[in-house]
Design a protein around this ligand. Structure first.
Ligand code: TRP
Length: 443
């Protein structure tokens, strides 16, 4: 019996679901912290250039490969070509395990912070105390693991029901609400006394500070934030109708994701400067800074709770896309039932996340190549596996199955695809060469 695949009902639903995958902790948690650490505006500019050249091209390649094959990332390469190509798919499944393991830990933080904000635990005029609160919370051996479990359980709950109705409906309603709330909070942040220095830091680039490490960080962040390089967008592409215009969708998703990242930067960095915090504070930056912003606005407790709840939803829709890659593989290729696959993979990923969480506390001293476990997971996945996957996805679309994917992009010639020549050059030469160069320079 042929297995009927779930389908997105509308093109808008598909774009919002793909944007739901892209927009998440990467934008609000990771982007401001990386920008803070890497010189602010120069990082932003490099990020945007990479996103709208390499990023959008790889995203389109993934959508088209997914729709042409109607398979999970491993099955897609098997079906379209075979040979050694499915290795990219296996790498993607491995990356899904690694990324979701620490992603779920941070997802748990968002729930914890929603609860702590709602109950007034973070309401303090002493901004310096917030860093201590964050460090104490993440270093605890029990509390973050409980929230990590809650986050993972909810992700499993959504994925076990299958994509389509649930994800599509949730994204349609909540993404616009999240967007409006971000804008409101940005206004509060930039009007804080002393915020101007932060705005300048984030928006006035100083290119003399550019280093190879910074370009590498921006590249990794583009792949992470746009959910590229491991087949998440192949999986989503496989669920979309053949009528949808995918080049347009790729541009939309890249634009939406970038706008949210910029807004998150405008929200966090001016506040960092206004409160005299350190922009180099690292992974805690967003969680330390925002409670201070909420403490300084009317109804701050309410706004803060709402913000962390919506951030949690944004993280959940991203986590769902990560889990879906692994689950779709076991369901399509191994014939495992969806519920069983989801529960098993979810449990393994939960366990895998525990060392990451503990590495911020009791396992602080365990390091590999100078990095703690949490940082190591993030680095290996975002800065190595994803860009490496991106190189081969671009090459595959540009050289191996080009006529086939162009057919998908134009609906068999029925629709125009004006930037096809540009996209071809990007996939064949520019994206693989640039990513390889940045990867090598980064090592
Ligand atoms: N893009 C998401 C974020 O910014 C995270 C994410 C979801 C992801 N799916 C992915 C990252 C696939 C890499 C690959 O929060």
């Amino acid at each position: 019996m042929a297995i009927r695949r779930g389908h997105f009902k509308t093109r808008l639903g598909f774009i919002l679901a793909a944007a739901g995958s892209a927009v998440g902790l990467g934008n609000v948690w990771k982007f401001p912290w990386l920008a803070g650490e890497n010189g602010g505006a120069a990082f932003l500019v490099i990020y945007l250039v990479i996103a709208f050249t390499i990023g959008v091209s790889v995203m389109l390649a993934e959508f088209l490969i997914g729709r042409a094959a109607e398979r999970n990332p491993v099955g897609a390469f098997v079906r379209l070509k075979g040979g050694a190509w499915p290795i990219i798919g296996y790498m993607g499944v491995a990356a899904a395990f690694i990324i979701l393991s620490f992603y779920s830990v941070v997802g748990g933080w968002t729930i914890a912070y929603a609860v702590k904000t709602a109950t007034g635990l973070l309401e303090t005029p002493e901004t310096s105390a917030l860093g201590g609160l964050f460090a104490a919370f993440t270093a605890d051996a029990v509390e973050p693991l409980v929230y990590h479990a809650v986050f993972m359980a909810l992700t499993v709950g959504v994925v076990s029901r299958g994509v389509g109705a649930g994800i599509e409906r949730a994204c349609k309603v909540l993404m616009p609400v999240f967007f409006v709330l971000l804008v409101v909070l940005c206004i509060r942040s930039v009007t804080l006394p002393g915020a101007a220095a932060g705005l300048k830091f984030f928006l006035a680039p100083d290119f003399s500070k550019v280093t190879p490490g910074m370009v590498g960080a921006a590249l990794g962040q583009v792949f992470f934030s746009l959910s590229l390089g491991m087949g998440a967008m192949i999986t989503y592409g496989s669920y979309v109708s053949h009528k949808a215009n995918l080049p347009g969708a790729a541009l939309w998703v890249t634009s939406l994701d970038s706008v949210i990242a910029v807004l998150a930067g405008v929200l966090v960095l001016p506040a960092v400067f206004a409160f005299g915090l350190d922009p180099q504070a690292g992974p805690g930056l967003t969680f330390i800074t925002l409670p201070a912003v909420f403490s300084r606005m009317p109804l701050g407790g309410l706004f803060g709770t709402l913000f962390f709840l919506l951030l949690f939803i944004a993280a959940l829709t991203s986590a769902v896309s990560l889990l879906e890659v692994a689950v779709a593989y076991f369901v399509d290729e191994k014939g495992v039932g969806r519920i069983k696959a989801t529960l098993t993979v979810g449990a393994v990923i939960y366990l895998l996340g525990i060392p990451s969480s503990l590495s911020l506390g009791v396992w602080r001293d365990v390091t590999v190549a100078g990095k703690g476990i949490f940082d190591l997971m993030d680095y290996v996945a975002s800065n190595l596996l994803l860009p490496l996957g991106g190189i081969f996805i671009a090459l595959f679309a540009g050289w191996v199955v080009y006529p086939r994917v162009i057919d998908e992009a134009t609906g068999g010639g029925a629709r125009p695809f004006r930037w096809a020549p540009l996209w071809k050059v990007m996939c064949r030469f520019v994206a693989p060469a640039a990513v390889a160069w940045i990867l090598i320079a980064g090592l």
